[in-house]
Write a new protein. Structure first.
Length: 241
C-alpha cells in the first residue's frame, strides 16, 4: 500500500501521455477544439480531475467515447516502457477510478447527463461506463450534426500520488496516444492546495516540442500545447524551478 501523502507536495512530475482516447460512433470528421483539465491533489493522495472538451463535429454522430486508464500497464504505452522502467511499476497506478459526473455545457446552462446501465444510438443525455484493459470507458450519448459541443467530465483517481522518503510525486498519463484527431488547444493545470513554496517544486513533461510547462505559484503548475496530432509521440521536455 502506498503511504498517505502529506499536506505538502515537494516534487510533482507530470507525463503528458495518456488519459483521453475518443472515438465517434459514426466516423465522419471532427476535431477537439479545446481540452482543459483541472487536476487537484487531495490530502489522501488521490487526484480529482475536472475535464472540459469542445468537439467540432463535421457530419452526423451518435456519441463519443472517453477512456480513462487507472494503470500504466496498457498497450498504449509500449513505446514509453522502452524509455523508462517507471511505467512498469504498479506503484504509480491508481487504486480506483470513480466517475463523478458527465454533463454538456449549453451557453450559460449545463445539462447533467444520467448514468445508465445500457443505452442505444440515437438516445441523448445519458452515459454508460465499462471497465476493460485497465481503463474506464465512458460512452456519452449525444447526437450531433455539424455542430460544436462542450462536455464536462469529473472523476477521481484514488491513491495516485506517491510519498517517497524525501519527495511527494504525481506521475500520470494525462492524455493518451490513442486519440484519433487533432487536439487544437490543450491546457492542464495541477493544483496543490497545501503547498507553500515553489523552491523545491519541480515539473517534467513528455509531449510535443511546442508545449510549455511552468510553475505558476506554489499551489499551481501549468502545461499547455497547441496542435497535438493524432497518436503523436515526442521526446521529453521540462523545466526545473
Amino acid at each position: 500500500m502506498k503511504r498517505k501523502i502529506l499536506q505538502y507536495i515537494i516534487t510533482i512530475s507530470i507525463i503528458l501521455i495518456g488519459i483521453l482516447a475518443c472515438n465517434t460512433v459514426q466516423a465522419k470528421s471532427y476535431t477537439i477544439a479545446n481540452m482543459d483539465m483541472q487536476a487537484t491533489i487531495l490530502e489522501d493522495g488521490s487526484v480529482a480531475v475536472h475535464q472540459e472538451l469542445t468537439y467540432d463535429f463535421n457530419g452526423q454522430y451518435n456519441g463519443i467515447y472517453i477512456d480513462i486508464p487507472d494503470t500504466l500497464d496498457t498497450e498504449e504505452y509500449d513505446k514509453f516502457r522502452k524509455q523508462t522502467t517507471a511505467l512498469k511499476d504498479s506503484l504509480y497506478n491508481a487504486s480506483a477510478v470513480a466517475i463523478t459526473g458527465v454533463s454538456e455545457r449549453k451557453g450559460e446552462d449545463k445539462q447533467i447527463y444520467e448514468k445508465v446501465a445500457s443505452s442505444s444510438n440515437g438516445r441523448s443525455g445519458v452515459y454508460t461506463i465499462e471497465t476493460a484493459n485497465g481503463m474506464k470507458r465512458i460512452k456519452v450519448y449525444c447526437p450531433a450534426n455539424n455542430i460544436k459541443k462542450t462536455f464536462e467530465i469529473d472523476f477521481i483517481l484514488s491513491n495516485l500520488c506517491v510519498k517517497h522518503n524525501d519527495i511527494g510525486e504525481l506521475y500520470y498519463n494525462f492524455i493518451g496516444g490513442g486519440w484519433q484527431t487533432t487536439i487544437q488547444n490543450l491546457n492542464i493545470d495541477i493544483h496543490l492546495p497545501n503547498n507553500t513554496s515553489s523552491e523545491d517544486l519541480k515539473i517534467f513533461a513528455h509531449g510535443p516540442y511546442n508545449g510549455t510547462c511552468k510553475i505558476v505559484s506554489p499551489t499551481q503548475v501549468n502545461l499547455s500545447v497547441t496542435n497535438v496530432k493524432p497518436r503523436a509521440i515526442c521526446g521529453s521536455k521540462g523545466i526545473i524551478s
